[in-house]
Design a binder for this molecule. Structure first.
Ligand SMILES: Cc1cc2nc3c(=O)[nH]c(=O)nc-3n(C[C@H](O)[C@H](O)[C@H](O)COP(=O)(O)O)c2cc1C
Length: 407
């Protein structure tokens, strides 16, 4: 277990990332607290879930403690811990995190404690990688992992038997019996997440993994009640959501990430009625809302290989805006949001309720501070740092550096 921080050194009274003067942020949404159910995030900037491919047998370790701890120390309002498999063969790679046993839950508790020690809210994304499972971590290459190297190339499931791409494993069409087991595994992982102290639970329903591949007619070719019509394609995903809703406490936020477009139709907002598109995403979001989901994390792509992505700054914000407006549910915007001013503008224009940032946090774990400075907001910073860096520096914690001398 990590050694507790002595009270004299704790930052508990002024969490990093909170405004020094709450009056100052009356006009700045990004630094206003965000409350959902009984959970309050210190600001509206969260770390988007990002796989670290660094677990052994699905457990969290020192890499995760320092990785997630760094964002907590630097004032993120929320950290969504990476895609975590609900069953061993539901991991993207053999090195992905898991939550199918209590040993994994105990290791997660430690990460949660480190995040909470700085006043940041810990979230986690749970998922099943489906036909995109048993692959290598991207920093090792892009190949199917053999059994010898911890993979499960003969135990991959998808809605039907088509592989994601030639070099991916050939899935077996998941049986109805197996669907029941996966639904139960999601619920069991949610219970473990709750016991570990997680406050925000996100279901991974995006990027071509099992749930996403069921939603889309481009990947789901089933002819039973789980394929064909919109109602049938959304059946398994909604069974998962319902099962998790039944066990996840109502006082804790419940989020779902979806891909809002697959780019089979190259026009991002264009229709793909037999596949998946923004209009079906809106319909799905309405169903999610009925089941008590609090927010739709609006991503895109990942289900179809060899399509062209319209990658440009903030390219997915339009999805968050449309779902928010048409399904009347809170949304998070994500994707190439790299400046505090841009993040603030998204909130001001009511295109989304929350901002998630991925790679910019990897480049600069002090992204929250950089954003505060860009928006002329004075935020609290760990006292162990701020006394020292309140001198001329790129990411100064205060607009007016204090006069005291460095010891
Ligand atoms: C290293 C890395 C790992 C990622 N892992 C996940 C993941 O576990 N779950 C997920 O939904 N998205 C994952 N993503 C996507 C990010 O959450 C995010 O949506 C995407 O990077 C776009 O945001 P950005 O431009 O701010 O990075 C990952 C992205 C990166 C760069």
């Amino acid at each position: 277990m990590p050694v507790p921080v002595p009270t004299s050194a704790a930052n508990d009274l002024k969490s990093p990332g909170t405004p020094v003067d709450p009056e100052q942020v009356k006009q700045v949404k990004l630094f206003q607290p965000y409350r959902q159910q009984s959970v309050t995030m210190n600001n509206r900037i969260g770390v988007s879930p990002m796989c670290m491919y660094s677990s052994v047998d699905g457990t969290f370790n020192n890499l995760h403690l320092s990785h997630y701890g760094s964002f907590a120390l630097k004032g993120a309002g929320l950290i969504i811990i990476e895609a975590t498999g609900v069953v061993p063969e539901g991991r993207i790679t053999p090195q992905c995190a898991g939550l199918w046993n209590d040993e994994q839950m105990e290791s997660l508790k430690q990460v949660v404690q480190v995040i909470k020690s700085q006043g940041t809210i810990p979230g986690i994304q749970i998922g099943h990688a489906g036909r995109k499972s048993s692959m290598s971590p991207p920093f090792k290459g892009d190949y199917l992992e053999s059994e010898q190297d911890g993979g499960w190339p003969n135990n991959i499931v998808g809605p039907t038997e088509e592989p994601f791409a030639e070099h991916y494993g050939k899935p077996q069409a998941i049986t109805k019996e197996q669907i029941k087991d996966v639904v139960q595994a999601f619920a069991d992982a949610a219970v473990r997440a709750d016991k570990a102290g997680i406050e925000v639970l996100e279901i991974h329903g995006a990027h071509g993994y099992l749930i996403s591949s069921f939603l889309s007619g481009n990947s789901n070719k089933r002819t039973d009640e789980y394929g064909g019509s919109f109602e049938n394609r959304t059946r398994f995903p909604l069974e998962v959501i319902q099962a998790v809703r039944d066990v996840w406490p109502s006082y804790k936020p419940f989020w779902v990430r979806i891909s809002c477009a697959e780019y089979v139709n190259p026009e991002p907002m264009g229709l793909d009625p037999n596949g998946w598109d923004i209009q079906q995403s809106v319909q799905f979001a309405k169903e999610l809302k009925k089941l008590g989901v609090d927010l739709v994390d609006s991503s895109s792509g990942g289900n179809i290989k060899d399509v062209k992505y319209p990658i440009s700054s903030m390219y997915q914000v339009q999805f968050a805006e449309t779902i928010r407006c048409e399904a009347n549910i809170a949304t998070a915007a994500v994707g190439l949001i790299m400046e505090g001013e841009d993040a603030e503008r998204i909130l001001e224009k009511e295109q989304a309720d929350f901002i998630l940032v991925g790679r910019e946090f990897l480049r600069d774990s002090a992204f929250v501070l950089a954003s505060a400075q860009a928006l002329n907001v004075n935020i609290n910073w760990p006292k162990q740092y701020s006394w020292a860096v309140n001198k001329a520096r790129r990411h100064n914690t205060s607009k007016e550096p204090e006069a005291e001398k460095l010891a």
